[in-house]
Write a protein that binds this ligand. Structure first.
Ligand SMILES: [Zn+2]
Length: 387
C-alpha cells in the first residue's frame, strides 16, 4: 500500500459518501467519528478501550499540549503517537479555537495571538507558523490551520473581516507546513452562516490547495437548521476527492444530517463528557443513570451494545457507581458512549455502501423519537445488521 495521503470513494448516496482515508499511520473508513483526546488522553479511557470501540483516528490539541507537557518534550519522547500509545492517525487542533475562547486572557493582532496560560498565567504566543511547527513537533498525521473563529451571532462585516484574516493565516500555515508522505494539512472554511462568505473562503483555500478541508465556526450556538443550511451551501463547493471535516459536531442527529450533506469526519466532546456525567447515549435517545428509576434495573444500558458496561454490568450497577462517585462509573460510561458513536457511524457507513441510507436514516430517526425500551422488548430482534 502506498503511503500517500488520500481519500478514496467507495460508494455514494446523494451527497453522502463512504470511503477510505489513507494515511501514514493507517487507513480509516469514512464517515468517521474521532474521539477527543485533548491533552494526550481520551479522558477515563485506556487506548486499548478506545481501540475496542472501533475508533480509527483520535484528536489531540495544540493549545493544551503546548502548555503541558510542551511540544518539544513530546517530540523528545517520540511524538504524540508513542507518547499516548496510539499508533493510528492523529488529527491535532491548531489551538485557534481554544485561544479565541480565552476572552480577556488573549490579545489578537494581524500576526497572531498573545495569551496567558489558563494553568499558571504565563504569557505565550501563537501564530500560524508557530501552531504549524508545534503540530509538526507533535507528529500530527493531520495538521489543522490556525484560524480565528468569531463568536456568533456577529455582524456580516465582522465575520467577513475575520474570515479574510483566517485566509491570510491559512496561506502562512501552508508555507510553514513540512510535507511528508501520508501526512496532511487541512484548511478551515470560515464565514459564519453567510453562504457568499463561505464560498469566498472555499475559493481562497482551494486556491492555496490543501489535502483536506474542514468546516469551522459552526456548532457555536447557531442551531441545527442554520448549521445544515450552511453545509448545504458549502460542501458542494469542496472538491469531491478531498476529505471534509465538520469541527466540533455533534449529537447523533447532527452527525446523520451532516453525513447526508457530504461530511466525512467529526469530533465532539459530547460522548466523553456525557460519560463523566452519567448520561448514556442509546439507540433510543439518552438516559440519565443517576435517575432513581435505574436503581433496581438489572438490564444493560442498551440491548444492542457490545461494550464492557453493557455485556457485564446492569443499569443498577452503573447507577450505584455514579451515586457513590466511583471512578469506574465515568470509565464504563465513556466506553459505552464511544461504542455507541462508533456503532452509529459504522451503521451509517454500511448503509451508504449497501445503498440503503434513506431507510437506515428513517429507522435511526424513528428510534431516537421513541422512549426507552420496555422490559419485554429487551433484547430487540430487529436491529439492522452492523458489521
Ligand atoms: Zn454499551
Amino acid at each position: 500500500m502506498s503511503t500517500s495521503f488520500r481519500w478514496v470513494e467507495q460508494a455514494r448516496s446523494g451527497r453522502a459518501r463512504a470511503g477510505h482515508l489513507h494515511t501514514a499511520h493507517g487507513t480509516v473508513p469514512t464517515p468517521t467519528f474521532m474521539p477527543v483526546g485533548t491533552v494526550g488522553t481520551v479522558k477515563a479511557m485506556t487506548m486499548d478501550a478506545v481501540r475496542s470501540t472501533g475508533a480509527g483516528i483520535v484528536l489531540g490539541n495544540t493549545y493544551h499540549l503546548m502548555l503541558r507537557p510542551g511540544a518539544e518534550r513530546v517530540r523528545a519522547l517520540g511524538g504524540l503517537h508513542r507518547f499516548m500509545d496510539w499508533p493510528g492517525p492523529i488529527l491535532t487542533d491548531s489551538g485557534g479555537f481554544q485561544v479565541m475562547s480565552l476572552g480577556p486572557l488573549r490579545k489578537l493582532d494581524q500576526d497572531g495571538v498573545t495569551f496567558s496560560s489558563h494553568i499558571d498565567g504565563s504569557k505565550h504566543r501563537l501564530t500560524p507558523e508557530r501552531s504549524t511547527d508545534i503540530q509538526h513537533a507533535l507528529d500530527a498525521t493531520i495538521t489543522m490551520c490556525f484560524d480565528e473563529c468569531p463568536a456568533l451571532p456577529a455582524a456580516p462585516e465582522v465575520i467577513a473581516q475575520s474570515m479574510r484574516m483566517s485566509m491570510r493565516w491559512a496561506a502562512r500555515c501552508r508555507e510553514a507546513f513540512v510535507q511528508r508522505p501520508g501526512y496532511a494539512q487541512y484548511g478551515i472554511i470560515q464565514g459564519g452562516t453567510e453562504p457568499e462568505l463561505r464560498a469566498e473562503s472555499v475559493r481562497a483555500l482551494t486556491g492555496i490547495g490543501f489535502e483536506g478541508y474542514a468546516i469551522g465556526g459552526l456548532a457555536v450556538g447557531e442551531g441545527q437548521e442554520l448549521m445544515f443550511s450552511t453545509l448545504d451551501a458549502t460542501t458542494p463547493l469542496i472538491p469531491w476527492d478531498s476529505p471534509r471535516y465538520l469541527m466540533g459536531v455533534g449529537t447523533p442527529d447532527d452527525l446523520l444530517g451532516s453525513v447526508e450533506r457530504g461530511v466525512d469526519m467529526f469530533d465532539c466532546v459530547m460522548p466523553t463528557r456525557a460519560g463523566r456525567t452519567a448520561r448514556a447515549y442509546t439507540e433510543r435517545g439518552t438516559l440519565n443513570l443517576r435517575n432513581a428509576r435505574h436503581a433496581v434495573d438489572s438490564r444493560p444500558i442498551s440491548p444492542h451494545c457490545d461494550c464492557l458496561a453493557c455485556t457485564r454490568h446492569s443499569r443498577a450497577y452503573l447507577h450505584h457507581l455514579f451515586r457513590a462517585n466511583e471512578i469506574l462509573g465515568p470509565m464504563l460510561l465513556t466506553w459505552h458512549n464511544l461504542a455507541y458513536y462508533q456503532r452509529l457511524m459504522r451503521g451509517i457507513r454500511s448503509a451508504i455502501v449497501e445503498g440503503s441510507l434513506e431507510a437506515h436514516a428513517a429507522w435511526l430517526r424513528a428510534q431516537w423519537a421513541m422512549e426507552d425500551w420496555t422490559p419485554d422488548e429487551m433484547p430487540l430482534p430487529d436491529i439492522p445488521p452492523v458489521p
